[in-house]
Design a protein around this ligand. Sequence first.
Ligand SMILES: Nc1ncnc2c1ncn2[C@@H]1O[C@H](COP(=O)(O)OP(=O)(O)O)[C@@H](O)[C@H]1O
Ligand SMILES: [Mg+2]
Length: 270
Amino acid sequence: MTTPLIEVREIGKRYGGVTALEGVSTTVHAGEVTCVLGDNGAGKSTFIKILSGAHQHTDGELLVDGEPTSFANPRAALDAGIATVYQDLAVVGLMPVWRNFFLGSELTKGRGPFRHLDVERMKRVTLDEMASMGIQLRDVDQPIGTLSGGERQCVAIARAAYFGARVLILDEPTAALGVKQSGVVLRNVAAARERGLGVVLITHNPHHAYPVGDRFLLLRRGRSMGEYAKADITLEELTSMMSGGAEMEALTHELQRPDAPVVARPADDA
Ligand SMILES: Nc1ncnc2c1ncn2[C@@H]1O[C@H](COP(=O)(O)OP(=O)(O)O)[C@@H](O)[C@H]1O
Ligand SMILES: [Mg+2]
């Protein structure tokens, strides 16, 4: 058994008097996808803020490469190889794909007064990195704004990997997407895993998590409902364990009764 890239042990987070997370444990391994599932308010964002250095845990332990760690800020997490890929990618729409890929970290050649941008190399690396994610760019000079959302996300993932990320965190990357675009995003996740990255995928959709996930952490109201390896849980079990599963089942039974009201009451915490 290799040392996980990340291990959390009974981790917790209190915001003043509010306990957002309590007693949560899981691992993230190279070449694996750890899915964090839970309904609104489950503590998913709090969990990844701890991993990404935006917040610090108040209980339990965070281990990176087996070493107890607490990231003072997102820069520290990034330096440890933990990158968060946001949905609203900070892209400049008219900028060519390769420029966006190297934005702020441009490759140069030559020395002193002869130093200049190594445009050819940046274009070649961008093409190669995208190809290794399964996307053949038609034209590396095309404006990033002309790519689909899924392709732009792929640029962000490839970029993070090229600049040294070992763990990618994706917070609800499919939440606002239709079936087709969700498929592109999940393919990106699978490609990242194939490249040997550890991926933390946050979602409230078990149908998105199950095909790409290697392990599943279920959160509900800040607490762990369990952590399962794929071999130990079916999609049906995962779906029914999700917050709301029990309520939906009860509602289904209720509505099947002959005297059931025609219009269902909205769920309490919808
Ligand atoms: N900065 C904060 N201060 C106080 N409470 C917070 C803060 N952030 C989150 N919470 C609370 O922690 C709980 C979990 O929130 P969050 O991690 O955003 O859940 P999720 O991403 O699963 O919807 C919620 O009850 C939320 O109100
Ligand atoms: Mg959230």
